[in-house]
Structure formats: structure tokens, C-alpha cells
Design a protein around this ligand. Structure first.
Ligand code: ZN
Length: 403
């Protein structure tokens, strides 16, 4: 693996790196734009000037044909092979609300549901109850204790919450209790492996006691558990790359993934791009040599299929670029964690354009930062987890391999 070799060759000193992620930036031709993508349609003079003075390429976050979630997409950008370092759905849900997972914690997603008198599921989402009601129910479930472990229940959004078990005897080898269908009863928690016997008891007890509390409520009188995930600490970017990394992100999920990689959080004030740029600058001044900055709204507009808004979000990011450049990073990289094409309204497997500015590069090949230009860029096409070695090399942070 290129990134493992990079960790052996990483040097303690070198240039300072900015990794700016426009979430879901990659797209497809938009008929209303005469076949241009949102990146091509947008006016992006600042990114274009970085493109001309830097080098472009494109990356497959996980691999060709694979559609990544934002968690794996970001892990790849941070240099982790997302197939080797799996972060389960339950763990992502907990990270997503800013819960500090510890090594060995077992996390699962909760869905509040509506059960009929005969115990069958009438609505797997309890009519999408409000987040306020979810929070109230969770407050009551916080009273649930299970001998031998600590239990944490936290609201997420609408009918969704999450539960974390901490202690001995845990395993993620458990089947979901959500049958995925209405008209059936919630499944009892069962093991997928013999090592999960005590986990079955622990989780089963939590479910029984929670059901007892919920049984007379309406419409959320039951719960379903999914995505059991045992959390394991990742080797940090400090230990792998001798970096002192920081993260600037407005949404807890991205802060969570960044903290898995060992990044220190810098608060964005105000909570917008202006604040994010300020926080990136503060991180640099505080001695950080790697800053990850996350821009969410390119993804949200793609998921809404709103190509006009995606153009505006790209232009908004471009307008922040001059201030980012002024911070004084030696290497600036702009890319995405996956594509979210507006015509699909979903994440997709299409490669994501990459721009690297700084360090010795084959400059002058490109005039703009777009999918089309990135596909013919000097960096070529590579895997997302190979981006970190390219950034470290650009920053003069990788020693030669062999004599
Ligand atoms: Zn994403």
C-alpha cells in the first residue's frame, strides 16, 4: 500500500498542508447547462488560478465502481484504506452526533417504531416523530441500566437515536433487530458468531427494559436496533505521518471522522465558510502542519438535485479561496470525498477531481478546476488513499525509498 510505505518514509519536518474538501463535488453533465457540469458552469477564477499553477488529477475514493459513504470517502482522503479500516454504521451515527467513542465501545443505531397490539411493526419510523419527541424519549431511556456495562443513549434526528455500550463482553457479531418490513415483529437480538453470546444478553436486556418504558407511548412505542459496530481506535496521522493535524468542519459527522484520525478540532466562528477560513488560519498559527477543511453544501445541493444551488455553493467556496491562500499553507489541495451528481440525487462511483497547488508540480497543463480537465491532468487517476502520499511529497515530507 502506497500509504503504508508513506508512513515509513514520512519526515518530521516540511511544508504545511491544507486539504479542503468540497463534499460530493464531482458531478455529471447537466442538460440545462448544455452538458456542462456544475464545476464547469460555475465561475471559479480563484480555483482556476490554483489549477493553472498546480496540477490536477482525479481519484476514486474507494475503488472503481464503488459508491462511497462520506465516512469511507474521508478516511481515504486522510490516507486510510477504507476497506481495511471499516467504521460501522452504528459508530458513524455516534460520531455523527459528536459522541466520543472509546476503543471497544459497541454502538448501534436506534429507530423508534410503532408497534400494533399484537406486537407487529406498523411503522418502522414511528411516523418520523419530531427530534424534540425523540430527545424526550431518549431522556427516559437514559434510565435504563444493564449490569456489567455502561449504556449511553443519545438522540440523532427525528425517529433516529443511537446507543453505545461500554464494558466487557461486547461483540459486533449481532443481527439487526429490524426485520426491514412492516407487519412483522421486531426480531430478538441474535448472534452471527459464537463470540457474541454475552453481547446478546447485554443488548437483549437493554431492549427489554427500553420496550418496558416505551410500551404505553404513542406513536413511538417500540425500538429497532441496526448496524452494530465495535469501535476500534485507528492509528493516528501523528503516528503514521508525523503530522500535527487539525480539522475545521461544521457538521459533527466530519468532525468525528477527523477525530478518529487524530485531528484536533478548531471551532469555526461564525459557523460558515468565513469562520472556517479563520479557524484554518488559527490552526496554522497554533503550529498545526495539516489542516482539513470541510465544505458541506456542495453535497446537500447534489442530493437535492439542485444544480443551480450546487453552482452557487461552488462559487461560494471559490470566493473563500483567496483568504485561504493568504493563510500561508505551502501545499493546498482541493477535492471531494465522492461525487454527488445532481441528476442522480445520490452519492456515486464517479471519480472526483483533485487539485494540488504547491511544491514542484507539472504546472501549466490545465486552465480550470473541472472534472474534464482533471481527467487529463498531470497527476493522472489514483485511489483516494494515495492522495496523502502525494500531499506529503509536495510538502517535502517524504524521504527517498531505498538507496
Ligand atoms: Zn460526502
Amino acid at each position: 500500500m502506497a500509504s503504508d510505505l508513506a508512513s515509513q518514509l514520512a519526515l518530521k519536518n516540511g511544508g504545511k498542508i491544507l486539504l479542503a474538501v468540497m463534499d460530493g463535488v464531482g458531478d455529471l453533465p447537466i442538460p440545462e447547462f448544455g452538458g456542462l457540469t456544475p464545476l464547469e458552469k460555475a465561475k471559479t477564477p480563484n480555483m482556476d488560478s490554483l489549477a493553472a499553477g498546480g496540477a490536477l488529477g482525479q481519484q476514486f475514493p474507494v475503488g472503481r465502481g464503488i459508491t462511497p459513504g462520506s465516512g469511507p470517502g474521508h478516511l481515504a482522503l486522510f490516507g486510510y484504506d477504507p476497506v481495511k479500516y471499516l467504521v460501522g454504521r452504528g459508530a458513524l451515527a455516534a460520531l455523527g452526533i459528536g459522541f466520543q467513542l472509546k476503543h471497544g465501545d459497541l454502538a448501534a443505531r436506534i429507530n423508534f417504531c410503532t408497534l400494533g397490539e399484537d406486537g407487529v411493526i406498523l411503522d418502522r419510523r414511528a411516523g418520523r416523530i419530531s427530534t424534540d419527541l425523540c430527545t424526550e424519549l431518549v431522556e427516559e431511556l437514559k434510565a435504563v441500566s444493564v449490569p456489567g456495562v455502561e449504556v449511553f443513549v443519545e438522540p440523532v434526528k427525528e425517529h433516529r437515536a443511537c446507543v453505545v455500550f461500554r464494558g466487557a463482553g461486547l461483540s459486533e457479531h449481532l443481527h439487526d433487530t429490524d426485520p426491514g418490513l412492516v407487519g412483522e415483529k421486531p426480531l430478538p437480538v441474535t448472534a452471527t458468531d459464537s463470540d457474541a453470546r454475552s453481547a446478546v444478553k447485554i443488548v437483549g436486556e437493554f431492549i427489554d427494559r427500553s420496550m418496558g418504558i416505551l410500551k404505553d407511548k404513542s406513536p413511538a412505542n417500540g425500538l429497532l436496533l441496526r448496524g452494530f459496530a465495535l469501535h476500534e481506535d485507528l492509528p493516528t496521522m501523528q503516528s503514521r505521518y508525523k503530522l500535527n493535524p487539525a480539522a475545521v468542519a461544521l457538521y459533527p459527522m466530519y468532525r468525528g471522522v477527523a477525530s478518529l484520525a487524530g485531528m484536533e478540532q478548531f471551532q469555526s466562528d461564525p459557523a460558515d465558510l468565513t469562520g472556517e477560513v479563520r479557524a484554518a488560519n488559527a490552526a496554522l498559527k497554533a503550529g498545526k502542519d495539516f489542516v482539513f477543511l470541510h465544505h458541506k453544501y456542495t453535497d446537500s445541493s447534489g442530493e437535492d438535485g439542485d444544480h443551480e444551488r450546487k453552482v452557487r455553493e461552488i462559487e461560494k467556496f471559490d470566493a473563500a479561496v483567496p483568504e485561504l491562500v493568504k493563510c500561508g499553507f505551502d501545499v493546498i489541495c482541493i477535492t471531494g470525498d465522492h461525487s454527488t451528481p445532481c441528476p442522480m440525487k445520490l452519492h456515486s462511483w464517479h471519480p472526483v477531481p483533485v487539485l494540488i497547488h504547491g511544491g514542484p508540480q507539472r504546472t501549466g497543463w490545465n486552465k480550470r478546476f473541472t472534472e474534464r480537465e482533471a481527467a487529463s491532468g498531470a497527476l493522472g487517476t489514483f485511489k483516494g488513499s494515495e492522495l496523502m502520499p502525494l500531499l506529503l511529497a509536495a510538502a517535502g515530507r517524504l524521504a527517498k525509498f531505498g538507496a
